[in-house]
Design a protein. Structure first.
Length: 192
């Protein structure tokens, strides 16, 4: 147990070293927000059907429509057109509908998961983590009778913090997520 605690403490220290200090930004409640269609913010790519009997054991995560384990449902060695990384996987089918997970690693996606890449900004871990929460806020709207299908996904509106010119404020989103991570790492180390 103490080895695990020490390992996580070191992970937090490394994370803090990488992120540096918190940078002061306005409170989220003080930020101006506007509505945007998901399709205006992201390119949305499909996963690909891969039946379990066609899966070959391996080390590559296979992302399915689940609500736990960061979406990983298996580890395989297969390859197909859904191979991706540094991406937000968004479930549109199954138990984990409208749940998203950030995948920094190379993985394959089932046909129940869409792959979201930012259109007008480079994919960035912290910006994508910010969007993860925004997408999850839409979950209550969808169920088995009203699926989060590709058409609805593109036309779904989400509220985003904006710059003075009314464009999505990606720098704010990134710093907000970084500040959250810094606070969490520090809380753990203070407790430890």
């Amino acid at each position: 147990m103490s080895n695990k605690i020490d390992s996580y403490a070191q992970y937090c220290k490394d994370g803090l070293k990488k992120l540096g200090k918190q940078i002061g930004i306005c409170e989220i409640s003080q930020k101006e927000w506007h509505e945007f269609f998901v399709d205006d913010i992201f390119t949305i790519d499909s996963g690909k059907r891969l039946e379990s009997y066609n899966m070959n054991a391996g080390n590559r995560p296979f992302i399915g429509a689940t609500e736990s384990g960061n979406g990983v449902t298996n580890y395989i060695s297969n390859e197909n057109d859904s191979l991706d990384s540094n991406v937000l996987g968004v479930n549109y089918n199954g138990n984990g509908m409208v749940i998203s997970f950030y995948h920094p690693y190379e993985c394959l996606f089932s046909d129940d998961v869409k792959r979201f890449h930012l259109k007008n900004h480079s994919d960035n871990k912290y910006v994508l983590l910010f969007f993860k929460t925004l997408i999850l806020q839409q979950k209550a709207k969808y169920n088995y009778g009203y699926k989060f299908n590709a058409t609805r996904m593109k036309r779904q509106k989400i509220m985003l913090p904006v710059t003075e010119t009314g464009e999505p404020d990606y720098a704010y989103m990134e710093q907000y997520a970084k500040n959250m991570m810094i606070r969490k790492y520090q809380q753990y180390l203070d407790y430890y």
